[in-house]
Design a protein around this ligand. Structure first.
Ligand SMILES: [Zn+2]
Length: 388
């Protein structure tokens, strides 16, 4: 049996933000960060909400990789204001923060790290959630997960609960236009990693498969265009949709070792999520192919890659992924991320321990043991082949 969970409503295409004019309610709380606030999207969204008689307040203190302290602060703000709508407006951090603040607002008796998939939270007694992504990659607007950082313990909490999915997701292609090219690349490769890992995951299903394939096709076709030209409307819109479709896919299957290793690298060396995850994608395909050859070959065929055997087809897919990363100037190795061999060696044990214990590792089609994870990190350091 599969239980599939998606946002109830997805509004996409030109002027999608105007959908806010149709929201009924009393008070909306926009959860965002200071960078987004400067870009006028917040004002635009607030004006649409006000047009329908809502009061609007803004909590703009979300930092990249939001901390538990920020969530508690946001929940305190919400308690005094009593919103009936939360609006996560921004990148993954803003939407993740909105989800967690909403949970604490509804359930003041709970701690952030108590959110888990088995607990019935009983959300939506006080408020509902709208997600409006301004980047095209995280898929947080489509998933029922949130990533919060426990600064004291230096750990990332990957919290999930099916109730924590957006009621409404708004995909307005105007919003990601403000992204600098490096962010287009980081988030676009993150979306590709979500879709590929979702497609080969042990929890894959017919629904996640369909969405993953379309998202992969879109990233290959439109990411280079979106990277080169922020005015390319079609590419921006397709990448925005691809990110959410990839989110719907992996949100209902799982990601794998590229994410396990990326989370580990990102937390220790403070590298943005998409960049730290994307660097492992080609290595993870090469490692996992033994147990998922046909699945990767399917992906390759869907993007027009074919060779005499499945093995050769998958080799070509890995080359195509590397080629796409090069085209959008994403790093091809840990070394290219600017991490010295000394720093890398010093942290290697910690990197391996964290990645080997990540829940993402266990959903990978080929589950690596600790030694294999170590070999994969060493391989990904400079791309010098390691046998595994
Ligand atoms: Zn990701």
């Amino acid at each position: 049996m599969w239980v599939i969970t998606f946002p109830r409503t997805v509004v996409t295409g030109e002027d999608a933000l105007e959908h806010l004019k149709e929201i009924d309610g009393a008070r909306a709380l926009i959860v965002t960060d200071k960078v987004i606030r400067k870009l006028n999207f917040v004002e635009k969204a607030a004006n649409y909400l006000k047009a329908n008689g809502l009061q609007v307040e803004v909590f703009d203190e979300v930092e990249p990789e939001p901390s538990m302290e920020t969530i508690v602060k946001g929940a305190e703000f919400a308690k005094n204001y009593a919103p009936d709508w939360f609006i996560g407006l921004g990148g993954g951090s803003c939407m993740d923060a909105a989800k967690a603040i909403w949970v604490l607002y509804e359930r003041p008796d709970m701690a952030v790290d108590a959110i888990n998939p088995l607990e019935k939270l009983g959300l939506r007694k006080k408020a509902r959630l709208i997600c409006i992504p301004t980047t095209s990659g995280t898929g947080s607007d489509a998933t029922w997960a949130t990533v919060i950082t426990d600064v004291k313990e230096k750990r990332k909490l990957e919290l999930t609960c099916r109730e924590m999915v957006a009621d409404i997701t708004i995909l307005d292609p105007e919003l990601p236009k403000s992204m600098p090219p490096s962010l287009v690349a980081d988030t676009g490769i993150d979306a590709l990693t979500h879709a590929i890992e979702g497609y080969v995951s042990q929890w894959r299903n017919d629904f996640s498969d369909a969405l993953a394939i379309r998202a992969i096709q879109f990233v290959f076709k439109y990411l280079p265009r979106a990277y080169r030209d922020p005015e390319d409307k079609e590419a921006k819109e397709k990448m925005h949709n691809a990110a959410t479709m990839a989110g719907m896919s992996f949100g209902n299957s799982q990601v794998g070792i590229a994410h396990a290793m990326g989370h580990s690298l990102g937390a220790i060396f403070h590298i943005p999520h998409g960049r730290s995850v994307g660097v492992f994608l080609p290595y993870s395909i090469e490692y996992s192919a033994r147990e998922a050859m046909q699945r990767y070959a399917d992906i390759a065929k869907e993007v027009g890659i074919q060779a005499e055997t499945d093995e050769k087809t998958v080799e070509k897919l890995i080359e195509a992924v590397k080629g796409l990363c090069r085209e959008v100037k994403e790093p091809a190795s840990i070394k290219e991320l600017g991490i010295s061999r000394e720093e890398f060696s010093r942290e290697l044990d910690e990197l391996v321990t964290r990645a080997a214990n990540s829940s993402c590792t266990f959903m990978n089609p080929r589950v690596p043991d600790v030694e294999d994870v170590r070999k994969l990190f060493i391989y990904a350091y400079d791309g010098r082949k390691v046998d595994f």
